[in-house]
Design a protein around this ligand. Structure first.
Ligand SMILES: Cc1cc2nc3c(=O)[nH]c(=O)nc-3n(C[C@H](O)[C@H](O)[C@H](O)COP(=O)(O)OP(=O)(O)OC[C@H]3O[C@@H](n4cnc5c(N)ncnc54)[C@H](O)[C@@H]3O)c2cc1C
Length: 394
């Protein structure tokens, strides 16, 4: 049977875009299908932090290695996109500061940081006065801060748009449509049905539709279990400052703040403050993208704690997005063992912007050669399937 495409990528967030990018570079005939009906994709809602040295990221050894590898790869991927579109993408290796407010916090953080210093010997502790020299506008009510010089940020909405532009220029077919159904026969996806009733088909399919993947996964793997949980996160964007408030990314126990500089004359420089974290039930929430009173209060309080003297600012924007989280907080990346032409790029939780480009490369390598340079066996979907799962699904 002749198919319309060699590969169809379902979902146009960072994972879908990065996968299509690598396939297009290999001259594959690719379609990317993405709907805007579901609201803000996580890849637009994200803060754009590229911060592999933070605690949650380093606690799990698989994630730790994957994050560092992803960071390295990100720099290379970013440069290719930047060279292509030739516009400011708000990328900056600014470094980050993790603020420590008490001696007990210092002792705890010192333990955590010891191992990281073996990875980057430039990680250091700055005392209160040194912090004040680097960031004169942040609170003085602290013990000091750990400095992670390699951490970075990017304007992720602009970045995603630029990857989209790259795909268009590489003749990837981009459909603004929803995949309603995946038709499988004999453990193989035969075709998919779009909202307008039309069907299209490909040799291979990559599922990377974020928190909305459960419907297809449940259907294909005959289970009632949700593989991906939506974790709502809210962000506040503040601007209107007379002076530059922030140079680096600031972390503390309660959240983070980072600069989002203007990338052209029509934008204001701003600061993003994030983020809340709440598991929600998509079936019960009528609008999961609303900012809650609690969220706005929490983020305002955090901003006031970090910048006690910044009175001359206003709320420029606020939004909420859904982080796709698996049970073990590790992504699902790989080729399905049960559906022979299905590949999965899901569940990147808090670090999808950072991990997205490398995930796209690995998925492309799997499709091309069934091999990857990085061991992704810990990221298999099958880790969540019951052991008595039978290979004969249909
Ligand atoms: C508030 C917040 C802050 C974050 N901050 C950071 C950060 O600073 N750094 C970082 O690295 N990560 C961050 N993340 C995490 C990161 O955003 C996600 O891990 C990543 O964006 C997930 O990308 P994705 O492509 O899997 O999903 P998404 O970006 O959600 O994309 C999925 C797309 O699939 C589409 N879709 C769904 N179903 C269908 C269908 N049936 N047919 C067609 N299209 C479909 C959706 O409409 C959507 O456009 C943050 C997330 C949030 C919510």
């Amino acid at each position: 049977m002749t198919h319309n495409y060699e590969v169809i990528v379902i979902g146009g967030g960072i994972i879908g875009h990065a996968t299509a990018f690598h396939l297009a570079n290999n001259n594959r005939n690719v379609a990317l299908i993405n709907t805007i009906d579901y609201g803000l994709p996580a890849s637009i809602a994200a803060a754009g932090l590229l911060t592999p040295y933070q605690k949650e990221e380093i606690e799990n050894p698989f994630l730790k290695n994957f994050n560092f590898k992803s960071y390295e790869y990100f720099l290379n991927f970013y440069q290719q996109i930047k060279d292509h579109v030739n516009i400011d993408l708000g990328f900056n290796i600014s470094g980050s500061l993790y603020l420590v407010f008490s001696n007990s916090e210092f002792a705890k953080k010192e333990m955590e940081t010891r191992e990281l210093k073996n990875i980057d010997s430039n990680i250091s502790f700055l005392n209160k006065n040194e912090v004040a020299k680097t960031e004169p506008k942040i609170t003085k009510d602290l013990v000091g801060a750990y400095h992670f010089p390699k951490e970075a940020y990017i304007n992720n909405p602009k970045f995603l748009k630029s990857i989209s532009q790259y795909l268009v220029d590489k003749s990837v077919s981009i459909f603004n449509s929803k995949v309603e159904e995946l038709i499988t026969t004999n453990n193989k996806i035969e075709k998919l049905i779009l909202t307008n009733g039309k069907s299209i088909s490909a040799d291979q399919y990559v599922l990377c539709n974020g928190v909305w993947a459960n419907k297809f996964l449940k259907q294909m793997f005959k289970t009632d279990e949700d593989f991906i949980k939506p974790i709502k996160g809210e962000i506040l964007e503040l601007s209107g400052f007379q002076v530059q408030l922030l140079n680096k990314i600031i972390f503390c126990q309660d959240g983070y703040a980072l600069p989002r500089p203007a990338t052209n004359q029509f934008e204001n420089p701003s600061i993003l403050v994030g983020s809340t974290s709440e598991e929600i039930d998509l079936l019960k929430h009528t609008n999961p993208f609303n900012n809650s009173l609690y969220g706005i209060q929490y983020l305002t309080k955090l901003f006031n704690k970090l910048f006690p003297d910044a009175k001359d600012c206003f709320i420029q924007d606020h939004w909420a997005g859904l982080r796709p989280k698996t049970k073990d907080a590790m992504p699902i990346i790989g080729k399905s063992e049960n559906i022979e032409n299905l590949y999965l790029g899901l569940g990147h939780y808090r670090n999808g912007i950072l991990m997205g480009p490398y995930t796209g490369k690995l998925l492309c390598d799997l499709i091309e050669s069934n091999k990857t340079e990085f061991d992704i066996s810990a990221f298999k979907l099958e880790r969540f399937l019951k052991s008595n799962y039978t290979k004969v699904l249909n």
